[in-house]
Design a protein around this ligand. Structure first.
Ligand code: AMP
Ligand code: GLY
Length: 454
């Protein structure tokens, strides 16, 4: 039953472009009174009140929430969730959006997720899971290359080795057990290399009920044409054309809903957002991995497209009140171009000055979300690797912005990916930041597909 909510103070945890987009969207809700953020960044601090809080000190976060009549804590990144921030907040009766530590193991341990897939028949790559080097090497000998070797735990996106040869796979196993990823490498998962197109699928869950959100695709590699080292993500767009209505339905039925059941069976109901990394193979959607928070920069594109009250939805997740809801989305494509500091993802300089941001974001369909920035006396400087997320909505003259709960990539959104890309890059070019760089081909796959489908 949908309840009438009263407005509340909100505390947002995080400092990335994802959190800036969440803050921007929450601030539009009539349910949001004061919005606080820790640690925040140069952009978030314009929308939210900055709070000096150590986000790893969960008791301090709980005390702040109690002391400031916080009606909702929204946790952006995965590390505090895996460390149990939601458990501490639940314990003291503070409403929180984000799963408890046990449910966050879906991201915290690849082996944990693979075992659930095996038990609940969720389509995923065949795998072996090992806490011992010898056993891992023996399993490897029974497989063939190419093959994927992963450190089990959180390794900041670096713990996955796509091994083209058996020798590379063997070295990866030795490196991981040798401590290359620290504690994250106490176990190793070895899995089949899946072939297909990757896509991200997001669904909200209140413990019992899961409802689909939207789809996206990101660009992980630093270089144009998807080349060079992996990064946290150099750009993204939503929806992902490969995720037709039928693929979305299959993802819900074959992957998300069995996971909801698994977590309940385990006594750890999942409350928060499922971010399923999928490979669309010739058999259909297969799960590569789960994240238990919004993607960054995928979230920026989702927030631009959401035509609904984010605060109401996040509260419904926390309160077990999602049943009967459907989220409204704009049909248009949203596309985000990440501007990063020269040198990223290797070492990069800090402190370069960024100018002309207001003019760059003057188009009503463009938002510039900040990631690694600081602002002092009105001057914005770069202090991180990924620094700005220039995000545009591809409104076309004929493009419909009708409410539409499906996220299947209709023909309207087809033409709008091109417009979103043009608008985003027009804005990027106006940003005055010699200390940064960006990829010029964000969205290429969606645009190619559109050309092929004519
Ligand atoms: P993960 O950190 O698990 O998301 O892996 C990072 C990236 O590695 C994914 O986005 C995929 O591009 C790739 N990857 C991971 N596992 C597989 C797999 N089994 N088959 C093919 N690609 C994979
Ligand atoms: N963009 C990928 C992630 O947030 O993990």
């Amino acid at each position: 039953m949908l309840r009438k909510l009263v407005s509340m103070n909100i505390l947002l945890i995080g400092s990335g472009g994802r959190e800036h987009a969440l803050a921007w969207k929450m601030k539009q809700s009539p349910l949001c009174d004061r919005l606080f953020c820790a640690p925040g960044n140069g952009g978030i601090n314009d929308v939210a009140e900055h709070v000096e809080l150590d986000i790893n000190d969960h008791r301090a976060v709980a005390a702040f929430a109690k002391g400031n009549e916080i009606g909702l804590v929204v946790v952006g990144p995965e590390a505090p969730l895996v460390d149990g921030i939601a458990d501490v907040l639940n314990e003291v009766g503070v409403r929180v959006f984000g799963p408890c530590a046990k449910a966050a193991q879906l991201e915290g341990s690849k082996g944990f997720t693979k075992d659930i897939c095996a038990k609940y028949n969720i389509p995923t790559a065949a795998y072996g899971r090992f806490g011992d080097k010898q056993a891992a090497l023996e399993y490897l000998a029974s497989q063939s290359a190419p093959i994927v070797v992963k450190a089990d735990g959180l390794a900041a996106g670096k713990g996955v080795i796509m091994a083209q040869t058996m020798d590379e796979a063997k070295t990866a196993i030795e490196d991981i057990f040798g401590g290359l990823f620290g504690d994250a490498g106490a176990e190793v998962v070895i899995e089949e290399w899946l072939i297909g197109e990757e896509a991200s699928f997001f669904a909200l869950c209140d413990g019992e009920t899961a409802i689909p959100m939207a789809t996206a695709q990101d660009h992980k590699r630093v270089g144009e044409g998807d080349t060079g080292p992996n990064t946290g993500g150099m750009g993204a767009y939503s929806p992902a054309p490969v995720m037709t209505e039928q693929m979305c339905q299959r993802t819900m039925d074959e992957i998300i809903l069995p996971t909801v059941k698994a977590m309940n069976d385990m006594g750890a109901p999942f409350k928060g957002v499922f971010f399923a990394g999928l490979m669309i193979t010739e058999k259909g959607p297969e799960l590569i991995e789960y994240n238990v928070r919004f993607g960054d920069p995928e979230c920026q594109t989702l927030m631009m497209r959401m035509d609904d009250d984010l605060v109401e939805l996040l509260v419904a997740c926390a309160d077990g009140d999602l049943a009967g809801r459907e989220i409204k989305w704009r049909d248009e494509t949203a596309l985000c171009v990440v501007m990063a500091a020269n040198g990223y993802p290797a070492s990069y300089e800090k402190g370069s000055v960024i100018g002309n941001l207001d003019e760059a974001a003057s188009d009503g369909d463009v938002e510039i979300f900040h990631a690694g920035t600081a602002k002092s006396d009105g001057v914005v400087t770069a202090i991180g690797g990924r620094v700005l997320n220039v995000t545009a909505l591809g409104s076309t003259e004929n493009g419909s912005s009708d409410n539409n709960s499906s996220d299947s990539g209709s023909s309207d959104s087809g033409s709008s990916v091109y417009v979103a890309k043009e608008k985003a890059y027009d804005a990027v070019e106006k940003v005055n930041w010699p200390g940064g760089f960006y990829r010029r081909d964000i969205g290429w796959r969606a645009i190619e597909r559109e050309k092929q489908e004519g």
